[in-house]
Design a protein. Structure first.
Length: 77
């Protein structure tokens, strides 16, 4: 892990095409801006974790359980 101190208005470069800009600092939070190419995925860790958990849950469903769920949803209408 790379740890470095930065002040508001300063930035950090990753490779040739990713820049992390420190926009604002307060005692309890840091606001950053990230410039990266469109092909580079940038997301908060908690969003990635939720996505991964949802994909794992979807993969664990059997065709029978999906059919039961679809039937139950039809009854709710």
């Amino acid at each position: 892990m790379f740890i470095v101190r930065r002040r508001a208005g300063q930035s950090i470069r990753i490779g040739d095409n990713i820049e992390i800009h420190i926009a604002e600092l307060s005692p309890s939070k840091v606001t950053i801006g990230i410039n990266a190419p469109r092909e580079v995925s940038v997301m908060r860790s908690e969003v990635a974790l939720t996505r991964d958990l949802n994909l794992a849950a979807a993969d664990s469903l059997s065709p029978d359980s999906l059919a039961k769920l679809a039937g139950a949803l039809r009854l709710v209408r």
